[in-house]
Design a protein around this ligand. Structure first.
Ligand code: ATP
Ligand code: MG
Ligand code: FE
Length: 348
């Protein structure tokens, strides 16, 4: 039974996983406290983690009907993320591991996003192409064994992440924070063909797996400006639908190109943007016509949570990985090479 702790950004999450099965998970978010600043304020996030930590862990244990003494290991996000936020989660996790006398595992946040999918759909087929699309990352990965082998990066974003693009364009359109869900909602009443937003890095000769989203933000800003200059009302729903279409188109096109090039039959889409309805729908359609199996975790496991960290911890325990020493520290900018951010597990 592994207790997983997540605190890299604005969600405090605790989840409990046993042999690949999710027993319970609880998430508290400080999102509302950041809304009026238009983005996560690190100091506020860290303080919110401090307040939420004990209640969230307690509730996860209660829901699973467990006492701390019944936990076999604690897994915690040690990076990447906001330093202060990560520190709170790690300090809490160390305390719990020490109190319970169980091993501690340091987990890479993005490996957690990948593992989230296993909780509903079972072990990852090997190899799988994984598209991680979140507030801070947009990466195409080739994953063989998540905890035993290094993760191969096929491509990343050269500038903004897809979620960041949603958040920034939402602000430009006057939609509330966080922008991703707001754009998704607004787009329901819009026409995706109303605006011809660019499809960055999709021309022949472009890096097939690299992404760029900052140009979309600029295009959206210019489109809004054009309306304002003419004294015309901005058709927000159309803008949202067209933006969402452009992002979903580029993401799914490149992900399927990666599957084809590597002969991979499974595409896994994870991270907060995997909650986007158009990304899901287009991925489904394109995977179906390419004969590729699509796996997307349920919405609640797409955004940051503790269950996904527990899922990695559970895999690490079962693979016999070496736990982290109790003086392990955070790594706010950890590159995604290995799922476990512990020195010995790296060589396992
Ligand atoms: P990272 O995981 O890269 O460190 P993060 O923790 O901020 O970043 P997540 O919590 O995984 O990222 O996802 C949050 C992002 O997902 C935000 O940018 C948010 O706007 C976006 N998002 C959430 N729901 C949707 C949706 N329905 N459509 C589009 N984007 C969405
Ligand atoms: Mg978040
Ligand atoms: Fe995340």
């Amino acid at each position: 039974m592994v207790l997983g702790i997540e605190s890299s950004c604005d969600e405090t999450g605790a989840g409990i996983v046993q042999d690949g099965r999710l027993l319970a998970h609880v998430v508290a978010s400080s999102m509302d406290e950041h809304a009026r600043f238009g983005g996560v304020v690190p100091e506020i996030a860290a303080r919110a983690h401090l307040q939420a930590f004990n209640p969230v862990v307690r509730e996860a244990l209660d829901r699973a009907g467990l006492r701390l003494g019944q936990i076999d290991a604690v897994a915690v996000t040690t990076g990447p993320g906001l330093s202060g936020a990560l520190q709170v989660g790690l300090a809490g996790a160390k305390t719990l591991a020490y109190a319970a006398g169980v091993p501690l595992y340091g987990v890479h946040h993005l490996a957690g996003h990948v593992a989230a999918d296993t909780l509903d759909h079972g072990p990852l087929p090997r190899p799988s192409v994984v598209l991680i699309v979140s507030g801070g990352h947009t990466s195409l990965l080739l994953v063989r064994d998540l905890v035993r082998e290094p993760i191969l990066h096929l491509g990343d974003t050269l500038d903004d992440a897809a979620g960041e693009c949603f958040d920034k364009v939402a602000r430009i359109l006057g939609l509330p924070y966080p922008g991703g869900p707001a754009i998704d909602r607004a787009a329901r009443d819009g026409d995706p063909r109303a605006v011809a937003f660019p499809r960055p890095l999709t021309r022949p000769g472009d890096d097939p797996y690299a992404f760029s989203f900052s140009g979309l933000k600029t295009a959206a800003a210019r489109w809004v400006e054009d309306h304002r200059a003419r004294g015309a009302q901005v058709p927000v729903a159309d803008g949202a639908a067209a933006l969402q279409e452009a992002v979903a188109d580029v993401l799914t096109r490149k992900a399927l190109a990666a599957c084809a090039a590597h002969g991979v039959r499974t595409l896994i889409v994870v991270g907060g943007v995997a909650a986007n309805s158009r990304v899901r729908a287009l991925a489904e359609r394109r995977c179906a016509s390419a004969g590729v199996e699509l796996r997307v975790p349920p919405m609640t496991l797409c955004t940051d949570n503790g269950a996904m960290i527990a899922a990695v911890g559970d895999l690490l325990v079962r693979s016999g990985a070496e736990p982290a020493p109790l003086d392990v520290s955070i790594d706010p900018s950890a590159p995604l090479e290995y799922a476990a951010l512990t020195p010995l597990a790296r060589t396992a």
